[in-house]
Design a protein around this ligand. Sequence first.
Ligand code: PEP
Ligand code: MG
Length: 902
Amino acid sequence: MASQDSVDHKYVYDFAEGNKELKDLLGGKGANLAEMTNLGLPVPPGFTITTVACKAYLETGREPDGLAGQIEAHLESLEREMGRKLGDPQDPLLVSVRSGAKFSMPGMMETVLNVGLNDRSVVGLSAQAGGNDRFAWDSYRRLIQMFGKTVCEVPGEEFEHALDEAKRAKGTQNDLDLDADDLRGLVDAYKKIFAKHTGREFPQEPREQLDLAIRAVFESWNAERAVVYRRQERIPADLGTAVNVVAMVFGNLGSDSGTGVAFTRDPGSGAQGIYGDYLANAQGEDVVAGIRNTVPLQELERIDKKSYDELLGYMARLEEHYKDLCDIEFTIERGKLWMLQTRVGKRTAAAAFVIAGQLVDEGLIDLDEALHRVNGAQLAQLMFPRFKLDHEFEAVAKGIGASPGAASGKVVFTSARAVELAAEGQAVILVRRETNPDDLNGMIAAQGILTSRGGKTSHAAVVARGMGKTCVSGADELDVNIPAKKFTVAGQTVSEGDIVSIDGTTGKVYLGQVPVMPSEVVQYFEGSLDPEHIDNALVRAVHRIMTHADARRRLAVRTNADTGADAARARRFGAEGIGLCRTEHMFLGDRRELVERLILARTDDERESALAALLPLQRDDFVEIFREMDGLPVTVRLIDPPLHEFLPPLEQLAVNVAVAQERGEDVAKEEALLAAVRRMHEENPMLGLRGVRLGLVIPGLFAMQVRAIAEAAVTVARGGAVAKPEIMVPLVGAVQELETVRAEAEKIIAEVVADSGVEVLIGTMIEVPRAALTAGQIAEAAQFFSFGTNDLTQMAWGFSRDDVEGAFFWRYLELGIFGISPFESIDREGVGRLVRIAAEEGRAARPELKLGVCGEHGGDPDSVHFFHEVGLDYVSCSPFRVPVARLEAGRAAVETDGSDSR
Ligand code: PEP
Ligand code: MG
């Protein structure tokens, strides 16, 4: 029995009842159809079944109570409005049944067109179309094909074979040459295929067709390809899809009909103008599938000026209404324009920046909103290198630059092979005639995608843009032979494993590996392009938005750098100091010998002399870095890894010693080294003698480093620059560890800096969970905390940071235990909680405590938002990620602190 609740629940909304804010409930497509309806645009009438109904169906395996009745009522009102009845033999109403989730998932879920056609209404449809039998039978065969494939899982190839067979019998390659009789025959063939696979006849009852199609759309939410896509795009798995039931309009009624896709600005570059594709005498799926080649939208002006002008008017209206780039699907039925879909359009990274800048100029949005509309992932994409082309490289083909970037790799022809080679660490380019949703895994694995068919709106293009992956589509000079695993182009044959390079901006295809050059955005950050004086819309937009981000952000951005060169580059990229200078590289190279002497020292004198030899070298390192960072803080971390990492590996040493002994050589030194390596061997070095523990065990080691830092600061200060050293103690778990190191360090510092004016801070990393949990005590001894979220993640989860990502994370991701590696993006609930506790308790104990983060998360966009929320003072990341962190810190401020009127 239906509960009161479910009887009352509203599962179905007429288009006139919704609006664009209701995406959670009506999905993106439904909400925007409603919005367009209410704006008075010509949308075919229809209704939307909510995501709530879908979720209820997916949970219980049946339609929720009340849904059937509501569909009936809305169908009746649709029939009244159209003056036709669903499947009526004389004058049938036909509907399309379309999926539409909150977030666009192009091609992932199902659509069934022409629902309501059967053996009798096909005749009525022909009469409606002025006696166009061919059209009616073509529509019917499309219904059986889509319905069979989507609703009843009949293998799609079988229908395609039958269609190929019909064309062959007719001696043609073009479906338009098939006449009404041929198509009637094809309908019979399709029905047999349907019956063979389903054990039943193709359903003739229109309402049954409708109900089954709706159910299939619900179920398509959990289809494998949709699940894979959601994981990739980080779309939550529990949203469900809405279902739109829309009166059919036909773009395949003759040459005065057609269908197309339009963008209000170029989604590739952001340039203003008219962008889109049009295909006469066709239905929407023909465009998206890239089956026939489209013409540029501008040609519609010549073909049907009235519809063209009307369309441009609606495009301007939509852009002004949505205050953003819109993409649109439309159909013209015998000279009458219908709007089938609109949404805020996907765009490339470059277009996102350029459009945001333009919209500010046009007064449609403010700078805060512009900042909100771009993101760090897009900026990172713009910092990728591009191909460096000299006369040596000539393009062998030119397709459509469908998604920018420069990609080179081995050619593969199947999704499975792409996945296989990528797993071996090889770069691959997936080459297909056209892609379909089954290619998704291969597209994810590939460096780039190259297709010989399809336009800017083909499946390959749309999905690649969404993933930020390089794609060239519609390179029709390529003759692709998938079964033979090769393609030919310009008289040459390219086989699986050969290298090609594709440019997703220009659409050009090259044989071999083309060298690359830095992006203009990087040149701008490096200071070699002046945004005020160059004619480059992208650089100007990036400059403007970055300037605003810097004005708005509360987080400072530092860098992780341990050479002067890295420090200098990061500074040009906008770093406001060094948040982590790892000193261990300073123990490598020709200094190994000194480190060996240190480890092998048998007496205090031997040890002290080794340290004394290291001191000036270390001091020089710091002088260089402090000079580069003149006036900015530099956090130097005392040595962290276990010392035996600086010795040769055990096996190698053992072999060397054995060989030398055999030859009768003097091996005393090697034997001593070998003994030391054996003595220092650890089962779990990550949890062993490293960090502060090392400093407490090896007398003089930290003292030498502290002295080198202080002396370097004084040297730099004497030279007139300003050094602001911050000494950081790694791997502290208890305040007593820090106190011991600090007492010794303070003595040295006081002695070295004396009255030089140099101030040296002492603080600690928070990277052991115990340190986070006792942060109140630790803050008593620390002037700053820097969260080492790499180790904190390792130790909070018990995941070996060097092993687990390759070993088993794929399974954890597959099971949804997490949506992204916690080493990549901070685990807010667990590791993030430790950060929050430590920040709060540390500040409670010492209000002026400086807080930062220097783990990899410091440059991860989502994590930057988290650190902003927790109230850290700065994030520190690798030089290349500094601009991304600046941008995201600005976005975080705008998003959590609200707009201001700047
Ligand atoms: C950390 O653990 O997050 C950190 C920055 O230190 P390292 O990566 O050097 O261990
Ligand atoms: Mg660490």
